[in-house]
Design a protein around this ligand. Structure first.
Ligand code: NAP
Length: 347
């Protein structure tokens, strides 16, 4: 519970953006989380100062302490974070052109560029402070979140997120377990539910193919589809076959054993394909769908970001639009629906 003085502090905070008062927490949990004095202006974090390989990663105790700039924001003390493939890619500069367009000068480009940049998208932790318009969370709440790639990341002691990017952490899940889920789970949800139209009551008996089932997105997608009654076929390397069967997959194909395309062609056609692999898969996997039946192919591998990195924003968007548009049109003429998952980038 919060001392009433803390609410006053919260309200006064936006006016002067001065940070005050973790000592306003009364209960034990709050005392535990208030180890970082709000008087501090720096915090420990892993940062990069330019793009490149792992040697770019630098641990510092002097990263700028974040500030709530908007009334819908919350500050989270990070208890656990995790690494996604996107963190590795972003360390290399992936998406920089486009992400810089979305970056807010107030919290990330104060120095004129995005550096020092904190990577890490997933967080499980405890709310330290809430903006004036936040009513759903209060300091001391245990939360988990996926912080968008255009914001400072979670490989730090504190991170600021918009309240709509945050949810209460389920009590039965530890911080470490919770930090492994948000970004991949939301990506899988976005692909299957928001983009693909699958839901609890329309999956029963559907034949779903998940290409690349052994990664973060794939393992979540398999479990969700099985929980909703679908028949799931997936592909992975031999080492992951028994793992994916344990997760519930009905049919697991080792993509390294022999041509995965041939192995899949021998099976009944599918109602839905989730493609986590991309590239060559697009040439043959569309044909695995039931034609003219509303079957859908959702791919997570869109050319958009790579094109904008390579060609700049304008040319990259035009090139991507043409590539994706022609693929989508072609899929319509064949009786399928092909969708590129871009929501993660533009939500
Ligand atoms: N993670 C996210 O939240 C997120 C968000 C947006 C988009 N995406 C995109 O979604 C895709 C999947 O992401 P992820 O996080 O699940 O990646 P991941 O954890 O790296 O998993 C990819 C999996 O695919 C397997 N794989 C590689 N080539 C394969 C092939 N030809 N056939 C079958 N399996 C193959 C890999 O296993 P082996 O190495 O053992 O073969 C690996 O387990 C990536 O393209 C990523 O860029 C991810």
């Amino acid at each position: 519970m919060l001392h009433s003085a803390s609410r006053k502090v919260g309200r006064g905070f936006l006016g002067n953006s001065v940070r005050i008062g973790v000592n306003v927490f009364q209960n034990d949990t709050c005392r535990k989380i208030s180890t970082s004095s709000r008087k501090q202006t720096v915090m420990p974090a892993w940062v990069i100062d330019r793009y490149g390989n792992n040697s770019m990663l630098r641990f510092t105790k002097n990263s700028l302490f974040p500030i709530l700039h908007y009334p819908n924001e919350v500050m989270i003390k990070v208890h656990a974070s995790s690494l996604n493939p996107i963190d590795v890619s972003m360390r290399n500069g992936y998406g920089a052109a486009m992400l810089n367009m979305r970056r807010d000068p107030l919290n990330i480009k104060a120095a004129g560029n995005e550096f020092p940049l904190i990577l890490g998208r997933d967080v499980s932790g405890v709310i330290m402070e809430t903006g004036l318009n936040v009513s759903h969370f209060k300091p001391g709440d245990e939360v988990w979140a996926a912080v968008p790639p255009w914001k400072q990341g979670t490989l730090a002691e504190f991170v600021v997120a918009s309240a709509n990017e945050v949810a209460h952490k389920p009590k039965g899940v530890s911080h470490c377990q919770a930090a492994a889920l948000p970004y991949v789970a939301l990506t899988a949800w976005s692909a299957l539910v928001n983009t693909g139209g699958l839901k609890k009551d329309n999956c029963k008996g559907k034949r779903i193919l998940i290409l690349g089932g052994s990664g973060g997105v794939g393992t979540f997608a398999i479990q969700l589809m099985k929980a909703w009654g679908a028949h799931v076929t997936t592909t992975c390397a031999e080492a992951a076959v028994s793992f994916l069967k344990d997760l519930g997959a009905d049919h697991v194909i080792d993509y390294k054993a022999r041509s995965v395309e041939k192995q899949l062609k021998d099976l009944k056609t599918f109602d839905f394909v989730l493609d986590n692999v991309g590239g060559h898969t697009e040439h043959w996997a569309l044909n695995l769908l039931k034609p003219w039946s509303g079957a859908t192919y959702v791919t997570l591998v869109a050319p958009f970001v790579l094109n904008t990195d390579r060609l700049g924003i304008a040319d990259g968007m035009v090139r991507s639009g043409i590539t994706m548009g022609s693929k989508v049109l072609k899929s319509f003429t064949l009786g399928y629906m092909m969708v590129f998952l871009l929501k993660i980038l533009f939500k």
